[in-house]
Design a protein around this ligand. Structure first.
Ligand code: SF4
Length: 357
């Protein structure tokens, strides 16, 4: 928790810290929910809140308020509350996560190299961190380090490569800020504020605008990441299973399940998948159609996902993994499909792809 009653400006810069409650209780008349939602004089706040969400769907650029006056600080806190309510009402994981990630990054940028602020925010999010006498490094308790580094995939975050002394991991300021960014992201993506019908109705126009933008962005991602079905992009496991089907070999049950989920995920229709399966030796049209439609969610409540690489491995159907499969970040056949598509489009660009939604 930020100690010593943080000033209004700090709360306005980081409007998710616990001290926001104290600020609101100190000046309740400035945080009138009814006026915030309905008054014309608060329209600016509602628009700014919506724009904050919209910026997370774009390049994340956000015109920071100078926060020179009490009014500006209050407006910023209120606008953030509006932004969170919009996310909460829409409740779309893609949106919530994106907003949370952008806010995490924004926090990192605002902290900059302010060592005192770094430690205060670390404390706020339960990160046990302290300055050391060693090369300007910070000592972070390994449990805090693991809690927030577990989602970071690059090897520089592996505990194995850290300098550890008496249970503390020694990190530079860049890494400490990165841990705080992750803490902010987790905090905002895990805890959504409750909302009422009144809130939903009052923010109707803003919500509709964000929903449209989310839909557009998802469509764009879908187009860019999956694109046209292209067999050259299939991961080796799926190529091998397909080959077994095409050469009328008996494919294990889990292999059939995996290939159906995969072909469905890359956009093949049930009919196209059905045609492929007509080559299996024990083909029965009625059973095959039922199974495909069940797995793809057409006749069941669940649209099954493609199994992760670890599951494929445990079932012995991770066939012929290649150099792309051996990348540290390769955890999923769909990640392979997306990454391979990028490699084929621009062979010089071989970086870590985003995880499929
Ligand atoms: S590592 Fe993953 S993508 Fe590659 S062959 Fe194995 S299961 Fe398929």
């Amino acid at each position: 928790m930020l100690s010593n009653s943080p000033d209004l400006r700090t709360v306005a810069r980081f409007p998710y810290i616990s001290a926001v409650r104290e600020v609101i209780s100190r000046m309740p008349e400035r945080f009138d929910m009814e006026r915030m939602l309905n008054s014309r004089s608060y329209e600016f706040v509602r628009i700014r809140g919506k724009e904050r969400v919209m910026s997370s769907l774009g390049d994340g650029q956000w015109p920071e308020s100078p926060l020179l006056t009490e009014d500006e600080c209050v407006q910023e806190i209120l606008a953030f509350a509006v932004a969170r309510m919009i996310c909460s009402v829409i409740g779309d994981r893609f949106l919530v996560n994106r907003f949370a990630v952008r806010e995490g990054k924004r926090a990192g940028a605002l902290i900059g190299r302010d060592r005192a602020l770094m430690l205060k925010l670390a404390d706020e999010f339960g990160i046990d961190a302290a300055e050391t006498d060693t090369d300007g490094l910070y000592a972070v308790h390994f449990t805090s380090f693991l809690k927030y580094s577990s989602k970071m995939r690059s090897p520089e975050w592996k505990l194995l490569y850290q300098r550890i002394r008496k249970g503390y991991v020694y990190v530079d300021e860049h890494k400490l800020v990165r841990l705080i960014e992750q803490a902010v992201t987790d905090h905002l993506s895990e805890k959504l504020p409750p909302y009422t019908d009144t809130i939903r109705k009052a923010l109707d126009a803003e919500i509709a605008e964000v929903v449209t933008a989310v839909g557009r962005l998802k469509e764009e991602f879908q187009k860019n990441s999956l694109g046209e079905i292209d067999e050259k992009r299939y991961p080796p496991c799926m190529k091998a299973i397909l080959n077994q089907i095409r050469t009328s070999q008996n494919v294990p049950q889990m292999g059939r399940f995996a290939i159906v989920t995969f072909l469905h995920a890359i956009g093949m229709t049930s009919e196209q998948i059905f045609d492929i399966f007509s080559a299996v030796p024990d083909f029965r049209a009625d059973v095959t159609r039922y199974q495909i439609e069940h797995i793809t969610g057409k006749i069941s409540a669940t649209e099954y996902s493609v199994p992760e690489c670890s599951t494929m491995k445990s079932y012995g159907i991770c066939f012929n993994p290649d150099s792309l499969c051996n990348k540290e970040w390769m955890k999923h056949p769909m990640t392979y499909y997306i990454a391979k598509g990028r490699d084929l489009r621009s062979p010089s660009r071989k970086k870590e792809p985003s995880t499929p939604q």
